[in-house]
Unconditional design. Structure first.
Length: 446
């Protein structure tokens, strides 16, 4: 594959409406995947105009390397309306996604207006829509690409894991009322056409795979959305401290469960057997600091606030383990960062993080409500403190898994294998033949 891509690189048109090297979350995922693919192909990136300045600062040349699409006539008013309805800063993400899904139609219409004739003329071998990551965003260009005989790859798609039923209070604290009717996106225009005419659907989680229509699942390839930079894979310094250290990284909001972490760790913190760094900020910060005071552990918990990535990674590498009692996490980017750093992740056994971690690379805590998660986390911490040296081998195994499967370059290789199959086995309408999807990828246990 490597030899083929060097001698005759693919020419993909990469659609990543969100792709920004200076932001976090989805825009950073979109950027990293696009750049990893571009290093191996003759790719051209199409993104939103809001990302233009950051991409220029990263050294790309507008027109040659990327094109910025301006659909602010639709995106801006939709964003303002959804921002009023979401229920507060950082809340109501399902509401935000519902409105962004509607404005995305105009983005792809502009993409086709600018690139449709070039696609039909054969300038690009295939088209890959990297972002949006949400399956609720449909692609009206899918049918046009099929008619032009150009393979269309979508993904990684991820999201939509149901809220655990015993955490309704946290769901409503996040203003996630629309989550009850999220399945209505399957009634949106182009839902069936997007999946019918796509050549391959890259899915980022087993839940997203299970949520695909049965008739489309043969097109699905499982590749997690988040990745790590190869430079993070450095050997860990052997631990020497007598006290075990934990770290939490994330927004301080109800579903992330930082309060669960504090309650689970309380007796160990009071006994001087554990310390915790909490990296992040959000609407719960004052409440969490007050909780730490009420639990009598304020001196053992360091609230660091938001840190730049190098500072956060330095703290992550220094910690013995990373605790993430999040009850509804999709991608779990911080879990990949921890694994790349050789820091063992301890995660709630649900959705994205639990798919990234296995018994060799981390600890998954089963739960059915908040109290069982508190008790499960506490038992995991106690086992770690009783035998901290066991973390060494797990950390090495975690780094090896990242090196093998979860660096951005490793993901690019997996995606290039999807390209190869799509181009080799496309049918008359541009879709992949039922037997053509590379079997090891959907079957792999992550």
């Amino acid at each position: 594959m490597e030899e083929q891509s060097r001698s005759a690189p693919y020419r993909p048109l990469l659609i990543a409406e969100a792709a920004n090297p200076e932001w976090t979350s989805v825009p950073l995922v979109g950027w990293n995947i696009a750049r990893a693919i571009a290093k191996r192909t003759n790719a051209h990136l199409v993104t939103h105009v809001r990302n233009r300045d950051a991409i220029l600062r990263a050294g790309l040349v507008e027109g040659a390397d990327f094109t910025a699409i301006d659909n602010e006539y639709m995106a801006a008013p939709m964003y303002r309306l959804s921002d009023r309805l979401r229920g507060g800063d950082g809340k109501g993400w399902t509401t935000m996604m519902a409105f962004s899904s509607m404005s995305y139609y105009s983005f792809e219409r502009e993409v086709w207006r600018q690139f449709g004739s070039q696609i039909e003329a054969g300038r690009f071998d295939l088209v890959h829509r990297i972002t949006p990551l949400s399956p609720t965003n449909q692609s009206p260009i899918a049918k046009k690409l099929a008619q032009a005989g150009v393979p269309f790859v979508i993904g990684p798609l991820n999201g939509g894991a149901p809220w655990p039923k015993n955490f309704r209070a946290r769901q409503y604290a996040e203003k996630e009322w629309l989550a009850h009717i999220r399945a209505a996106h399957k009634l949106m225009p182009f839902y069936r056409a997007t999946r019918r005419h796509a050549s391959a659907l890259i899915v980022g989680s087993k839940h997203t795979l299970s949520d695909m229509p049965e008739w489309a699942q043969h097109k699905c390839v499982l590749i997690p959305e988040n990745g790590a930079d190869e430079s993070w894979l450095v050997p860990r310094v052997p631990r020497s401290a007598s006290t075990v250290s934990a770290i939490f990284i994330g927004r301080l909001v109800p579903y992330k469960g930082a309060d669960i972490l504090l309650k689970a760790a309380q007796p160990l913190l009071l006994a001087g057997r554990l310390t915790i760094d909490i990296v992040g900020d959000g609407p719960q910060r004052a409440e969490l600091e007050q909780l730490a005071t009420e639990l009598g552990v304020r001196d053992q918990v360091n609230f660091r606030g938001w840190l730049k990535q190098p500072e956060a990674l330095s703290l992550l590498r220094a910690a013995d383990f990373m605790a993430l009692p999040s009850i509804r996490e999709f991608g779990g980017g911080v879990v990949v960062e921890a694994m790349a750093s050789g820091t063992v992740p301890v995660v709630a056994d649900y959705a994205g993080p639990s798919e990234l971690v296995d018994e060799h690379t981390g600890i998954r805590v089963a739960f059915h409500d908040a109290e069982s998660l508190i008790q499960g986390m506490r038992q995991a911490f106690e086992r770690i403190i009783a035998a901290p040296d066991a973390l060494i081998q797990m950390g090495k195994a975690a780094q090896e898994k990242v090196r093998r499967e979860l660096t951005w370059q490793a993901k690019a290789e997996q995606i290039l294998s999807v390209y190869a199959t799509a181009l080799r086995s496309r049918t008359r309408d541009g879709a992949m033949a039922r037997s053509a999807i590379p079997a090891p990828l959907p079957a792999r246990e992550l």
